[in-house]
Ligand binder design. Structure first.
Ligand code: RIB
Ligand code: CA
Length: 321
């Protein structure tokens, strides 16, 4: 069992990533940090607590983190994840409570408790992680691995500002800079990688068929229907990119993605390109990340379906229990 700490802005794909971690026998989810992003940080906290209830998870600590970026304000959120961040899905009520300590203390505490063993996963804006680095500059040496969903590295000509980085570019810049020269570089899964992992109605049907009927399956179905509709309305087709679940799967098994070292900077000053990630692949600078450059989507989905379906069957329908 690998101790994993997840920092999430639980929207739909973050939720699917958390479900994947909870379904994975090789993951011991030791803590969850909530950050604002897809939805308000308070809603993210509620979503995280409700998901643990839905999945009948053990008492995994959930901490509240950043409700604003390091500098500036929130960019316009849109309605990508729905009014409560999980599309059409509703989570069960829960008595679970947040920790008394915040996300920064949660990051630092978990890193010290699991010194050298902790796998960090960040699938939202990097505000909490940047603040944790300020509190504990040794964090890069305390973590065994860090995987980040963020950035876009595919098009040198017109790099898009990916959401997680765009929300808090200063935080991302501080995080990437902190790992320069470290022996174990963060693996960064950008949009150009995660857009290869495409959930379709057929793949969802495969999952639902393997999982059988349950409260968990209803939540996945209702969340994914909303996500399919959002992608369709944005011109991508009736499908959904599983950005964060891919990052979670890579966090547990880095072999799932091929990677290449690079020195990444985040554009901060130019308003037209603020929040874009610029990779220097030349090797002339100390690399600070390993960028995910290839993945086998079929291998990912086989593993995702196998694990999530088994969890769904295992926990059944709590309401009928
Ligand atoms: O750009 C995709 C990322 O932004 C994903 O993590 C999604 O959940 C949103 O946070
Ligand atoms: Ca996210």
């Amino acid at each position: 069992m690998n101790p994993v700490f997840a920092d999430v802005d639980t929207g739909i794909d973050d939720a699917m990533a958390l479900i994947y971690l909870l379904a994975s026998a090789d993951a011991d989810l030791v803590g969850i940090a909530s950050t604002g992003g897809n939805i308000s940080v308070d809603q993210v906290c509620a979503n995280n607590l409700g998901l643990l209830e839905l999945c009948r998870a053990t008492d995994i600590p959930v901490s509240k983190g950043a409700d604003r970026p390091l500098s500036g304000g929130w960019p316009a959120r849109g309605n990508v994840h729905g009014p409560k961040g999980l599309g059409y899905a509703d989570l069960p009520p829960t008595e679970r409570q947040l920790t008394s300590y915040d996300a920064v203390a949660a990051w630092v505490g978990a890193a010290h408790r699991h010194r050298g063993e902790l796998i960090g996963l960040a699938t939202g804006p990097l505000t909490n992680l940047a603040l944790a680095l300020r509190a504990e500059p040794a964090l890069p040496t305390l973590l065994r691995r860090l995987v980040i969903m963020g950035g876009e590295f595919g098009s040198d000509t017109d790099p898009a500002a990916e959401w997680n980085i765009r929300v808090d570019p200063e935080a991302a810049s501080e995080v990437f800079a902190a790992w320069a020269g470290q022996q174990r570089l963060p693996i960064v899964c950008g949009l150009d990688l995660t857009r290869h992992v495409v959930m379709t109605p057929d793949i969802l049907a495969r999952l639902l068929s393997a999982a059988g009927e349950s409260a968990l399956v209803r939540v996945i179905e209702d969340a994914m229907q909303f996500y399919f509709e959002v992608h369709r309305d944005r011109g991508y087709g009736y499908l959904a990119y599983l950005h964060d679940p891919l990052a979670a799967a890579v966090a547990l098994d880095p072999q799932l993605a091929s990677t290449r070292a690079a020195a990444v900077d985040v554009t901060l000053s130019d308003p037209a390109t603020r929040g874009t990630t610029v990779a220097d692949w030349s090797g002339s600078r100390e690399p600070n990340v390993r960028i995910g450059i290839g993945v086998d989507p079929a291998a990912f989905f086989d593993r995702f379906i196998e694990r999530v379906a088994a969890l769904a069957r295992r926990i059944g329908n709590p309401r009928s229990a």
